[in-house]
Design a protein around this ligand. Structure first.
Ligand code: NAD
Ligand code: FE2
Length: 365
């Protein structure tokens, strides 16, 4: 059944092995002659090499950490203002792209980063153009208007059109150095995006198509990318899967697995992808309906049982934490309360209150 829908995707996407060489062309297309590159410590030497070749790069901020902090955004904004920067490149995983998005959106305005984080001050009408260059294959942040930033322990997922990148430059070669554990975590994040976008209450036909293909690609390539990071085909297919996963949740938004991922990351320190994967197979079981069976068939699976088995097998292969006993001492009441209260929980097709979540987590003891 096709219902009314609106589909919009404003990001120019350049995809391909070695395409990082197109960065100068993209900057020129934006009329940008003074750009800040945001990255993390691992990417610093690579960015320094780029800087030798691309005179438009006038500043680099390389202190982005996992679960990026607002203080990093503030420092990037300081550099933007000090160097008269007119475009921002976020080159890294989701942590880096989200920092770059936030900094590019607020830099032309007044006030400090906390005002924008708290929603006290609206973002300025004019933002700096931002180019997203993902170096992990997972978040899809290169095509979403989401920025996930923390202030101390408070981690906020802020959804605002001002965060939409102007361009995404996806070069799978940049992902070759991602270690196996991060490859598995981020690949399962992409799978969660596709499945949650698909079963979201706000799903729609065009996003659905991309979700099915993303699921097919993750299941066909994640293990190979995890086993051999230099496997070019697997890396290319995972970069495409992450992109399609991003596109499949960009409008419908994610649902219960991501809702549960926040308490699991905040209180039990699971990296984002591992936290999403923790409940992914459980929610396949809970949300199994005719539509999900159809996705499974179109992705080449016999049904939802096989999808669950494949997710469990990937988690076991990657050594991810799968049971509550792997998390240390768990405060079940708080976990269920916080998961139920997360706004994304309302997007799940099956209503999940605290009691339903408790039943699910009891099954993971
Ligand atoms: N904005 C969105 O739409 C969106 C969607 C999902 C998740 N997120 C957020 O993104 C963050 C997670 O991003 P992530 O999973 O990409 O991880 P990350 O950016 O935190 O990076 C994880 C680790 O991988 C390393 N790394 C990155 N690229 C590498 C490379 N090419 N080679 C070797 N190491 C590399 C980093 O240095 C870091 O240590 C979380 O904060 C999450 O909440 C955002
Ligand atoms: Fe995610």
């Amino acid at each position: 059944m096709v219902t009314d829908f609106l589909y919009r995707q404003p990001v120019e996407i350049t995809f391909g092995w070695g395409k990082i060489r197109e960065l100068p062309r993209l900057l020129q297309g934006l009329g940008a002659d003074r750009c800040l590159v945001v990255c993390d410590a691992f990417l610093r030497s690579r960015v320094d090499k780029l800087r030798e070749e691309i005179p438009e790069i006038v500043a680099v901020f390389s202190d982005v950490e996992e679960n990026p902090q607002l203080s990093g955004v503030a420092e990037a904004v300081r550099l933007i203002r000090a160097h008269g920067v007119n475009a921002v490149v976020g080159m890294g995983g989701g942590s880096t792209m989200d920092t770059a998005k936030f900094a590019a959106a607020m830099a032309p305005g007044d006030g400090d980063a906390l005002d924008y984080f708290r929603g006290i001050r609206p973002f300025p009408a004019e933002r700096l153009p931002m180019i997203a260059v993902p170096t992990t294959a997972g978040t899809g942040s290169e095509v979403t208007q989401v920025s996930v930033i923390s202030c101390g322990k408070e981690k906020r997922t802020i959804n605002n059109p001002v965060f939409m990148p102007r361009a995404a430059l996806i070069d799978p070669e940049l992902t070759v150095t991602v270690p196996p554990r991060t490859t598995m975590n981020t690949g399962l994040d992409a799978l969660a995006h596709a499945l949650e976008g698909y079963w979201s209450r706000n799903h729609q036909p065009i996003s659905d198509l991309m979700a099915v293909e993303a699921v097919r690609l993750v299941l066909g390539n994640l293990e190979a990318a995890w086993r051999n990071g230099s496997d070019r085909t697997a890396r290319e297919n995972m970069a495409l899967a992450a992109l399609l996963g991003g596109l499949s949740f960009a409008l419908p938004k994610t649902a219960a697995c991501h809702a549960c991922s926040y308490p699991l990351s905040e209180d039990y320190h699971l990296p984002h992808g591992e936290a999403c994967a923790f409940t992914l197979d459980s929610f396949v079981a809970i949300n199994a309906d005719e539509r999900l069976c159809e996705l499974c068939r179109r992705a080449g699976l016999s049904g939802t049982e096989e999808l669950m088995d494949r997710i469990r097998a990937l988690k076991a292969l990657g050594g991810l934490r799968r049971r509550l006993s792997d998390l240390g001492e768990v405060d079940m009441d708080k976990l269920c309360r916080d998961c139920a209260a997360h706004p994304l929980m309302g997007n799940n097709p099956v209503k999940m209150d605290e009691a339903a979540l408790r039943r699910m987590f009891e099954g993971l003891r």
